[in-house]
Design a protein. Structure first.
Length: 305
């Protein structure tokens, strides 16, 4: 039988796992590695990429930075989450605000040490990244449009860390980034619709709070239509191999997404729309393999630009 202290420790570990959203971080790390193999360094052998120590440090530092970002975001959203996410909030509050801050600063210090193993540019990049996450959580997320745009930028910045490392400015990379950014931006506004009660109670000036739900839906519709541009470029202009299947299916799903969006009028329905976007983003990570599946057999991808 576990002692009371052991049970409390386990509960706090579970609570911190919930705070840092530990289920999301492995997906982001996987996305970075797959992007490095299939998009950022197509001329290198897959095994060479996987065994690259500096890349490992960059992915690890990115994961820790994202974890610290979730911590500071949770710290500032403590009151809002009591309304929007009461069940999750009960788990998160098992760890005190003071402990969260202590872990936050410790993790960021470790990130700085790791970045020093790579280069001064890496230290600068992650220092700026950490600051932007804090500034977003503390100030920017309370404002419409600016908060949503910053959240989208922060979500794709880990991939720019890989881009800066390999220094390969293939045009298709920016088309991939544009599609991903649009999906994340749409998801952020959906989250605003989903969390509108808590935002109003805590004076968050989001798009739905300031302009209403219908206006937010019009913005989402416009952004969804704009996804056609990067998809067209990726499918018709650049060679993405079999990944074009993913983009075609994504467009079909987004059409149904819009139909459901204009029928949605409660938290549960917005949560379902949020999950649809999350599915598209996560499946997009695994679909990177479709660019050239042969790399899994032969160890090298020959990507035609």
């Amino acid at each position: 039988m576990l002692s009371r202290q052991s049970k409390l420790t386990i509960m706090k570990i579970i609570s911190m796992f919930s705070v840092v959203r530990g289920y999301n971080i492995p997906i982001i790390a996987l996305a970075q590695y797959l992007s490095a193999i299939f998009i950022f360094s197509p001329e290198k052998r897959a095994l060479t990429v996987l065994l690259d120590f500096n890349l490992f440090i960059i992915v690890l530092a990115s994961s820790l930075t994202i974890a610290s970002g979730y911590i500071i975001n949770n710290f500032y959203d403590n009151k809002k989450d009591l309304i929007n996410r009461p069940n999750k909030s009960k788990i998160d509050r098992l760890v005190s605000q003071r402990t969260k801050l202590q872990v936050y600063f410790t993790v960021n210090f470790v990130v700085a040490l790791l970045a020093m193993l790579v280069s001064f540019k890496a230290v600068l990049f992650f220092s700026v990244y950490i600051f932007l996450i804090w500034f977003y959580s503390h100030k920017l997320k309370k404002y419409p449009i600016i908060g949503n745009l910053n959240a989208s930028l922060l979500a794709v910045l880990p991939f720019f860390a890989i881009l800066l490392y390999y220094k390969n400015l293939y045009p298709q990379i920016f088309a991939h980034a544009a599609f991903l950014t649009l999906l994340i931006l749409i998801r952020e506004i959906i989250k605003d619709l989903e969390n509108i009660k808590g935002d109003i109670a805590n004076d968050y000036r989001t798009i739905p709070v300031i302009h209403g739900e219908d206006f937010a839906k019009k913005v989402i519709t416009t952004l969804t239509i704009l996804t056609i541009i990067p998809v067209y470029l990726l499918v018709e202009t650049y060679d993405v191999g079999y990944m074009d299947i993913y983009f075609y299916i994504s467009l079909i799903i987004l059409i149904f997404f819009l139909l459901l969006l204009w029928k949605a009028n409660n938290k549960l329905q917005y949560l379902q729309l949020h999950n649809i976007l999350k599915f598209l983003i996560v499946s997009g990570v695994f679909s990177i393999v479709l660019i050239n599946p042969e790399v899994l057999i032969h160890g090298r991808t020959l990507l035609k630009i």
